[in-house]
Design a protein around this ligand. Structure first.
Ligand code: ATP
Ligand code: MG
Ligand code: MG
Ligand code: MG
Length: 465
C-alpha cells in the first residue's frame, strides 16, 4: 500500500463509522501561545475538547501535519538516529467529542489494523496505563488480545498531554513487532528502547484539563483522541523497518543523493536532509520565516542543520531548496497549500542557504581545528558561542557535529557567554541613546558614564552647561 492509499483507507474507514473528515490545520497553531507547533491531530480540536467550542459533529477524523522540533514534544535530536522519528510527520487520527469512549475507540483501532489492513494479530503488542483496569479488561476480555503481548506502563508513556497545560489523559498504545532481526525488547521491558517494537498508534482517553499549577480538572465530557504516524504505518505496510525506506521518503532521499553526490541511500545525512525539507517547507507554507527568535529560530536551526549535513557530504553550494519540487510531487496532492506556495518556499530557503553559506565553511574549519586540538570530550561554551555569534551556528548544530564525533558541548558555558554578550549589548545600547540625547539637547553637556553597581546598567551623567 502506498502512503496515499493508507491516508485514504484511514479516512474512508472512519467516515464509514460516522466521523466527519476534517482537513489538516497549519503547523502553526491558531491562537495558542502555549504551543510552538502543532504536535498532534488533537491540536485543532483543543477548544472542542475543553467544551469552549461547539462543532456540528461529535466524531471527526483527520490526517494532520505535525512538527515535533521544540517544546514538550521534541524529536529533533532523534532524527538520523532512530528508525521512527521525524521533525515533520503526518498523524492519522480519529476523535470523539463526548461521543464514544474507551470501548469503541479500542474496537475501531483493532478493526482497522487487523481487518481493514489485515495485519497479523501476533505482530501487534498492546500497552495500557498501569491504573487503567477498564482499558485492560476491554483488550483482554472483549477484544481477546493475548496477555503474552500486553503490558501495563507508567505515566511516562501512557499518560498523554499536549503540553504543560491543556487536555490530557491516560492512553493505550499499539506497537508493531518488526521481528527478532531488530534489537530491542517489548514495551515495558528493560530493553524497550530498541527499535524492534515500534509504537504505531496511541489512543488517548481525554479526561482532564491540566492547569499551569498541575491540577487536573475533569473535562466536561470524556473524549477520545487518537494518533497514528502515517510513516510508521507505511513502513509496516510496505514491509520495511525504517521509515526512511517508505515511498514518501525514498523520492526525497534519492533526490538528496543526486544533489549531494552521496550514493549510499541509507546514509544518515541523506535521511536528515529528507526529514528537514519537510518540516522547513511546511513551516514556511504556514507563514513562518527564518529569524532569530521563536518559531522563526526553530526554522532557521533546522535549515542550517540540513545545510551542514549537505556540507558534510561535500556539497558547499546551495542545494536544499532544490528538494522542494520533489516534495511537492510527493505531497502536493494531499496538501494543495504546499503546491500553491512552492515558489515562495524555494525563495525563502535559497536566501537562507546563501546567507549561511558565507559563514558555514569558515565556522566548520574553526570547529574542526578546535576539535583536532582539544583535550577531553567537551567543546567549551566560549567556542560554541563564538560559532554562534560570528558564524551563525545554532548551538544544536554545534552539538550535532559534536555528537557525531562522540563529543559534547558545554551548554552552561554557552549560556553564560551569551548572557555576558547581552550585558555588553545592553550597555552599548544605553550608551547609544545617551549619546543621541546630547545631540538633541543643546542645553546639556556630556561628561562621562557612571556604572550603577546595583543593577549594572550604565548611566550617562549630564550637567547643565
Ligand atoms: P515515541 O514513543 O515513538 O517517541 P510518542 O509516544 O512520542 O512516540 P505520541 O505522542 O503518542 O508519540 O504520538 C502518536 C503517534 O504519532 C505515535 O504512536 C507515532 O505513530 C507517531 N509519532 C510520534 N512522534 C513521531 C515522530 N517524531 N515521527 C514520526 N511519527 C511520530
Ligand atoms: Mg516521542
Ligand atoms: Mg511513546
Ligand atoms: Mg505514544
Amino acid at each position: 500500500m502506498t502512503s496515499a492509499e493508507i491516508r485514504k483507507a484511514f479516512i474512508d474507514f472512519f467516515v464509514k463509522q460516522q466521523h466527519t473528515a476534517v482537513h489538516s490545520s497549519p503547523v502553526v497553531p491558531a491562537n495558542d501561545p502555549t504551543l510552538l507547533f502543532t504536535n498532534a491531530g488533537m491540536v485543532q480540536f483543543k477548544e472542542t475538547f475543553l467544551g469552549l467550542e461547539q462543532r456540528d459533529y461529535t466524531r471527526a477524523t483527520s490526517v494532520q501535519r505535525c512538527i515535533r522540533a521544540g517544546g514538550k514534544h521534541n524529536d529533533l535530536e532523534n532524527v538520523g538516529y532512530t528508525a521512527r522519528h521525524h521533525t515533520f510527520f503526518e498523524m492519522l487520527g480519529n476523535f470523539s467529542f463526548g461521543d464514544y469512549f474507551k470501548r469503541e475507540a479500542i474496537e475501531f483501532a483493532w478493526k482497522f489494523l487487523t481487518e481493514e489492513l489485515k495485519l497479523p494479530k501476533e505482530k501487534l503488542w498492546v500497552t495500557v496505563f498501569e491504573e487503567d483496569d477498564e482499558a485492560a479488561d476491554i483488550w483482554l476480555k472483549e477484544v481477546g488480545v493475548s496477555d503474552q503481548r500486553f503490558s501495563r506502563c507508567g505515566a511516562k508513556d501512557n499518560f498523554w498531554s499536549m503540553g504543560d497545560t491543556g487536555p490530557c489523559g491516560p492512553c493505550t498504545e499499539i506497537f508493531y513487532d518488526h521481528g527478532a532481526e531488530v534489537a530491542g525488547g517489548p514495551p515495558g521491558s528493560p530493553d524497550e528502547d530498541g527499535d524492534r517494537y515500534i509504537e504505531i498508534w496511541n489512543l488517548v482517553f481525554m479526561q482532564f484539563d491540566r492547569a499551569a499549577d498541575g491540577t487536573l480538572t475533569p473535562l466536561p465530557k470524556p473524549s477520545v483522541d487518537t494518533g497514528m504516524g502515517l510513516e510508521r504505518l507505511a513502513a509496516v505496510m510496505q514491509g520495511v523497518h525504517n521509515n526512511y525506506d517508505i515511498d514518501l521518503f525514498q523520492a526525497l532521499v534519492k533526490k538528496a543523493s543526486e544533489l549531494t553526490g552521496e550514493k549510499e541511500l541509507s546514509n544518515s545525512s541523506l535521511r536528515v536532509i529528507s526529514d528537514h525539507i519537510r518540516s522547513c517547507a511546511f513551516t514556511i507554507v504556514d507563514g513562518v520565516l527564518p529569524s532569530n527568535e521563536g518559531r522563526g529560530y526553530v526554522l532557521r536551526r533546522i535549515i542550517r542543520r540540513a545545510i551542514r549535513h549537505g556540507y558534510k557530504l561535500g556539497q558547499t553550494q546551495p542545494f536544499f531548496h532544490q528538494l522542494v519540487p520533489t516534495l511537492v510531487e510527493q505531497m502536493g496532492t494531499a496538501y494543495p497549500e504546499l503546491a500553491k506556495e512552492q515558489d515562495n518556499v524555494i525563495r525563502v530557503l535559497k536566501l537562507e542557504e546563501e546567507r549561511f553559506a558565507e559563514t558555514l565553511e569558515n565556522g566548520m574549519k574553526l570547529l574542526e581545528d578546535y576539535i583536532a586540538d582539544m583535550d577531553g570530550k567537551i567543546i567549551d561554551g566560549e567556542m560554541a558561542f563564538k560559532l554562534y555569534d560570528t558564524y551563525g551556528f545554532p548551538i544544536d548544530l554545534t552539538a550535532d557535529v559534536a555528537r557525531e564525533k562522540g563529543l559534547q558541548v558545554d551548554h552552561d558555558g554557552f549560556g553564560k557567554a551569551m548572557e555576558a554578550q547581552r550585558e555588553r549589548a545592553r550597555s552599548a545600547s544605553n550608551f547609544a541613546s545617551a549619546s543621541q540625547r546630547i545631540e538633541f539637547d543643546g542645553e546639556t553637556r556630556f561628561i562621562g558614564y557612571m556604572s550603577d553597581e546595583a543593577d549594572v546598567t550604565v548611566q550617562a551623567i549630564f550637567v547643565d552647561g
